[in-house]
Design a protein around this ligand. Sequence first.
Ligand SMILES: NC(=O)c1ccc[n+]([C@@H]2O[C@H](COP(=O)([O-])OP(=O)(O)OC[C@H]3O[C@@H](n4cnc5c(N)ncnc54)[C@H](OP(=O)(O)O)[C@@H]3O)[C@@H](O)[C@H]2O)c1
Length: 218
Amino acid sequence: MTTIGILGAGEVGSQLARAAVRTGYEVVIANSRGPESLAPLVRELGPAARAAAAVDAAAAGDFAVLAFPWTRQHDLPVAQLAGKVVLDTNNHMPWRDGRIPEIDAGERTEHELRQEQLPGSKLAKAFTHIQAPSLFRMARPAGAPDRLALAVSSDFPEAVALVTELYDRFGFDTVDHSPLRESWRSGPGTPAWRRHAIGQTREELARNLALAQRVRLP
Ligand SMILES: NC(=O)c1ccc[n+]([C@@H]2O[C@H](COP(=O)([O-])OP(=O)(O)OC[C@H]3O[C@@H](n4cnc5c(N)ncnc54)[C@H](OP(=O)(O)O)[C@@H]3O)[C@@H](O)[C@H]2O)c1
C-alpha cells in the first residue's frame, strides 16, 4: 500500500488525508504542534492513518504533501524528503505571508522557491485552486461528463504522472502546466484560481491557464 506523508493538518492537509484514506492510501500526518494534538483527526481517519512529527511523516511517505505556507527560514525535513515527489499546495498570500519580493515582482513563483529549498526532491504544485472543503463535492468518476480538472506543474515528468494518478483516484482530470516557472498561471488572482469554488472542466481550465496574466505587485 502507498503511504502519503502529509505535513500540515489544517484545512488542506486534513481534507487531503480524508480523501487519501477513502481512496486506499495510508497516511502519516503532521502539524507543527506535535502528534498528540492530532488525536481527534486520526481517530476520525481510522486505522489507515497515524500522526507523527513532521520529520517522521516525511520519512514514512512514499511521497509527501506540504500543506502550509512558504517561509524563507524553514525547518523542512530536507533529507527525509530527498528522492521523493513532494506536492506543494501553497498559495502565496501577501496579506497572510507578508511581501516576498521575488514573487511579488513576478520573477519567481512560491513553488520554484520551495523546489530550491528541497533540491533533492521532485516538487509538484498541486491542489492549489480548489477549496479544500469542496474536494468531495466536486469529485466525479472517470469519464463522467461533468468531471472537473485540476492543474499540476512540475519540472519532473514523474511527479506530474504521480499527481495525475492521485487526481484521478480523487475524482478529477488533470491539466499539466509544467514547468514550475509556469506555475504562476494558476496562482491567486488568475482566472483558473478564481474558479476555486465552482471548478472547471479540462477544456475550461486549459483555456483559463492560457488566459492568465502575471500579477506584479507594486
Ligand atoms: N484552505 C484551502 O481551501 C486552500 C486551498 C488551496 C490551497 N491552500 C493553501 O494551502 C496551504 C495550507 O492551507 P490551509 O488552509 O490548510 O492552512 P491552515 O489551515 O492554516 O493549516 C496549516 C497547517 O500547517 C501546519 N504547519 C505549519 N508549519 C508546519 C511545518 N513546518 N511542518 C508541519 N506542519 C506545519 C499547521 O500546524 P499547527 O496548526 O500545529 O501550527 C497547520 O496544521 C496555504 O498555503 C494555503 O494558501 C489552501
